[in-house]
Design a binder for this molecule. Structure first.
Ligand code: SAH
Length: 664
């Protein structure tokens, strides 16, 4: 295995590409051989940019996080640095490539021994490892130019602050819950004055010590398989088997009982546990067909970008105004919507709408906000048509964002570091102008006006999204889900008081965030916002699977692969469903339907989430989170074995009408 090539790839694609700009840090990351800090069996994953297990139930940090933290220390070379949490010794080596002397403290003796011998073998002479409680620092060598803490504590230890030089920086993960933290940077600006900035949302192992957590406060990992729990699981799996509704196939399933449970709900949320499983798409589509045909649902809103889905909408509703010229869903991850399964639904919807009057046709919309530039061109095209003077103004304003067309994330970085002014004022004024002219414009065509305002709204939210991405995932996650929820609400308003909506998005968006560890990070989602707005008038359905195949990439922007989904981990909801021995079922979770299983299911468990990336080799860290299923969803649909979606290949599209939304 060519580790140095893997290493330089990782630095380019995972670290530099995600916004770490410091050449000193990137060079250090290019030099340190991470594989030498891992046990033999894990070496091949050394450059996956993921945290990995080391001895004593600890972890070696994710390279991107090491780089981000080191960059935040703002080292220029030659400094005296203190590290708390030596672990494998990897981060200490990265620091030693830049700093003068690195003092590092570790509480687990075995790790101290191993790190010492690894670092000596690699020839590092400027790293000093000590076995002690690091929350008390290392007094003899204080004060330090910089301190880095690789474990999460409840608050910033006072002793460490006191060991900083004036002007010195301390980077540490802090959180009231030992499992999730916010990475913060504390700067000692004056002898007794400190400033604190948030950097990112992170997950570290706990900082255990006098000024950290006490050992009793640390929650035991959920998957430690105690025998008692195992027996209880067996009983619970039996109870689930009793209480669920098994079905033979997606095509022949009977939906009467499900439709009764959904009742008069105004919004039905349909999830998925991956972005690439055929069964999830097909089942969502069957349920949607029933809801449209039997309960008059007005539209389906999906986790896709507004202008791309507008092309589908144009096709399914037989619209006359010319569709946009680009190919829908041409960007990564193309398979998420450009697949055979979705195509089947789109064709069904077009047929279904064919003999209906325009106002009675079922629409499809996109809730997501990644289409900054296609949305800009949609707004411009619209204004060119209805108001050429405003189009000129709009071109000038949106020009502010043009330099970043190929890499909107770079705009966020530039705006944040002060190297470039923000375009916020321009995009907000543009949206306000369009909204002000509502009565003039809407007279032309209400649907087109809706399309233009949604695009203008998307531009303002996406501009902010790319800017705040650098403040951590929580803020940008919340902004994105708020945007999706606001879009849903304006669509409901557009279609009138009686309108009912179906939403297709990942479980992590549609399940109630308050019932998962997202809540501890301060994150909300569409499911939570809908619950607050519509109460019991929203019915949310989650999906799950044990094993099979899935379409996913290994890295962001990487090619689609058909990957094998590993059997679910013990102590997860998935392993519980698997234990029922049933191949597929619907499981009502609302009371009273779920009274026999409710208590058993309310003990928090792991749940798996696969997005557009799947990394089976680091499954626990990358894909599992903790949740309480019966509070997260009103219903859970299970497919024990599943298979990957079939992506559309261009050839298969030949011969379709010109207006076909997936392009040719
Ligand atoms: N920088 C390390 C990451 C190690 S994980 C690397 O690159 O591999 C965090 C480490 O902090 C664990 O090894 C854990 O044992 C250690 N730790 C936790 N509390 C500590 C404390 N109070 N003092 C010193 N080390 C501590």
């Amino acid at each position: 295995m060519d580790f140095s090539k893997l290493r330089s790839n990782m630095v380019e694609h995972q670290i530099a590409a995600r916004g770490v700009r410091s050449e000193a840090v990137l060079n250090a990351m290019r030099k340190v051989p991470r594989e030498r800090f891992l046990s033999g069996r894990l070496r091949e994953f050394a450059y996956d940019d993921a945290p990995l297990p080391i001895e004593a139930q600890q972890t070696i940090s994710q390279p991107y996080i090491v780089a981000l933290m080191t960059e935040a220390l703002a080292l220029e070379g030659g400094e005296t640095v203190l590290e708390i949490g030596t672990g494998s010794g990897y981060a200490a080596a990265v620091l030693a490539e830049i700093a003068g002397e690195v003092y590092t403290v570790e509480r687990v003796e075995l790790l101290v021994e191993q790190a010492r011998s690894r670092l000596a073998a690699l020839g590092y002479k400027n790293i000093h490892v000590r076995h002690a409680d690091g929350t008390l620092g290392w007094t003899e060598h204080a004060p330090y130019d910089a301190i880095i803490v690789a474990a999460g504590g409840p608050e910033v230890p006072d002793t460490l602050k006191k060991q900083l030089k004036v002007g010195g920086r301390l980077v540490i993960p802090i959180g009231a819950d030992p499992r999730v933290q916010e990475l913060v940077r504390v700067t000692r600006t004056l002898d007794d004055t400190f400033t604190t900035e948030d950097i990112a949302d992170v997950r570290f192992v706990p900082l255990v010590g006098k000024e950290g957590w006490s050992p009793e406060e640390i929650p035991q990992p959920v998957r430690s398989g105690q025998e008692g729990a195992r027996l209880a699981d067996g009983g619970l799996a039996g109870a689930i088997a009793e209480s669920c509704e098994p079905f033979d196939s997606i095509e022949t399933a009977d939906f009467d009982a499900l439709l009764d449970r959904i009742g008069d709900a105004k919004v039905v949320l349909l999830g998925e546990a991956t972005h690439g499983t055929s069964e999830f798409y097909r089942m969502r589509q069957r349920i949607s067909q029933e809801l449209i045909a039997r309960k008059g649902f007005r539209f389906v809103a999906i986790e896709g970008d507004w202008p791309d889905v507008a092309r589908l909408d144009h096709y399914v509703r037989h619209f006359e105004f010319p569709p946009s010229e680009w190919t829908a869903f041409a960007r990564f991850p193309t398979w998420m919507w450009r697949n055979n399964e979705v195509r089947g639904f789109i064709d069904w919807l077009r047929d279904h709408n064919a003999d209906r009057r325009p106002r009675q046709r079922t629409a499809i919309y996109g809730l997501d906000l990644y289409s900054l530039y296609t949305s800009i061109s949609s707004v411009l095209r619209y204004l060119d048509d209805v108001d050429p003077d405003s189009a000129r103004v709009a071109r000038q304003r949106y020009a502010c964002l043009t330099p970043w067309q190929s890499d909107p994330a770079a705009y966020g970085h530039a705006a944040l570091t002060g190297g470039f002014r923000t375009c916020e004022g321009e995009v907000v004024r543009m949206l306000a102008d369009i909204l002000r002219k509502q009565s003039d414009y809407a007279a032309h065509d209400g649907e087109r006006f809706l399309d233009a305002t949604q695009n203008a709204r998307l531009v303002t939210d996406a501009e902010r999204y790319y800017r705040i991405m650098y403040y951590g995932s929580r803020a940008s996650w919340n902004l994105r889900d708020t945007h999706m929820f606001d879009t849903l609400k304006s669509l409901l308003a557009f279609h009138g008081a009686e309108a009912k909506a179906i939403v297709w998005a990942h479980n992590s968006h549609v399940g109630d965030a308050a019932a998962t560890e997202m809540a501890a990070r301060g994150e909300h989602n569409i499911g939570r916002l809908c619950r607050e707005e519509f109460g019991l008038n929203v019915y949310s359905i989650g999906f799950g699977t044990d094993s099979g195949t899935v379409a996913a990439a290994s890295d962001w922007d990487g090619p689609m692969e058909v990957k094998t989904v590993r059997p679910a981990l013990h102590r997860s909801y998935e392993s519980l469903c698997h234990e029922t021995g049933l191949p597929r079922f619907m499981l009502p979770l609302r009371l009273p339907a779920s009274s026999a299983i409710r208590t058993g299911l309310e003990t928090p468990r792991l749940e798996r989430a696969i997005g557009v990336i799947y990394r089976p080799e680091t499954e626990l860290a990358s894909h599992y989170f903790e949740a309480v299923l019966p509070r997260q969803f009103d219903e859970y649909i299970w497919f024990d074995k599943t298979s990957a979606v079939t992506p559309l290949v261009t050839k298969a599209l030949k011969g379709l009408p010109d207006t076909y939304p997936f392009g040719v």
